[in-house]
Design a binder for this molecule. Sequence first.
Ligand SMILES: *Cc1c(COP(=O)(O)O)cnc(C)c1O
Length: 453
Amino acid sequence: MAEIQYRLEQKRQILGEFPGPKSAALTQRRKAVVAAGVASSVPVYVADADGGVIVDVDGNSFIDLGSGIAVTSVGASDPAVVGAVKDQAGHFTHTCFMVTPYEGYIEVAEELARLTPGDHEKRTVLFNSGAEAVENAVKVARLATGRDAIVAFDHAYHGRTNLTMALTAKAMPYKANFGPFAPEIYRVPMSYPYREETEIKGEDAARRAISMIEKQIGADSVAAILIEPVQGEGGFIVPAEGFLPTLAAWAKENGVVFIADEVQSGFCRTGTWFASEHEGVVPDIITMAKGIGGGLPLSAITGRAELLDAVHPGGLGGTFGGNPVACAAALAAIGSMRTFDLNARAQRIEKIVMDRLGALAAEMGDGGIIGELRGRGAMLAVELVRPGTARTTKEPNAQATKAVAAACLQAGVVILTCGTYGNVVRLLPPLVISDELLKDGLDVLVEAIRANV
Ligand SMILES: *Cc1c(COP(=O)(O)O)cnc(C)c1O
């Protein structure tokens, strides 16, 4: 396997006051011109980023455990991606694939046909954002089935556009006061093993959802089941084994399109190309974005040829969808995923994190604040609860979660939080992060959790 080379020194270093004077000045300028509705979780401004580090305008070097929300899996300045972007931009930045097409778009579609689960004939359409991919997967499913209803799950996150807000579960901050929402969206219970009242097998959790679908919607009215194989914003929830295959089998029996939203979980993040593979699920349509383009905005839907080709010519597309620079970046990023075997790296990250945090959880025991440690590959989470409730009432501890993230940041580690109850610390390091840097970041996290009991 190829050795990963870094341009910037891979270190954690906070110089003097935090945030530094240059970041503080940018915060002031920002207030005068940037809308308050777009909030940043970290009050420093980026000057450079590479491998596992982000360097701010004051020269502070942070360990990146967020990858810009699971985007820069190959690093934020992977030489292969940078080279491909420069080369493509030097020829043409845009022509619009719907007007004068180009090869890069086709090459990305060929890669996605190879990489996504299943050996059936596939078709692909490219877009710009995850939300746009989800919207289009729904459009295709409705047209192809001639049905209206879309089934989504508790704790789901699918985006911020009107249709995807309707599909997203959480009101604050994503939906509150932004309605009215698109109709014909139905929500059913997820399998969330840690928070089930009593232990329930994955198959039974799926039957619970299916029974609700059959009673409240009717199988014949359902166009699609839309689900994240590992839920992202909702709390990095991994459904119980058997949940996804049972839903997929029911969908197949009932002519319902099974859409896996792998916008966050795709492209080596969970230690396989797609999270659906962990249980051998073959989605009818798969949505992709975040990690696909090495940091450039690109998204895609890939699905069964008969579904995608049911749409009339001109029915799908968009001005920027499959931008040639983004396509070049995606081909280079996918190349780096192969070159550096980033699936193996994600599995290695899982081992390092689970060993370290598992030891902390064991040490804290049921009296501590670690409710559950979970996830797959380099999509890992610590759910925090009030002291002593980990095995009883499991009271979410959003306060400690916030404090842990803030303490990590002060010490030079960028860490994200998530979860319906705001009580989940999530780890999404770039897959190219070195073991050493990751371990240093984990030491900081362990200290921060200890300090908040
Ligand atoms: C981030 C995300 C989206 C939305 O993607 P955007 O690019 O932000 O529109 C959709 N689905 C999942 C699972 C996501 O994590």
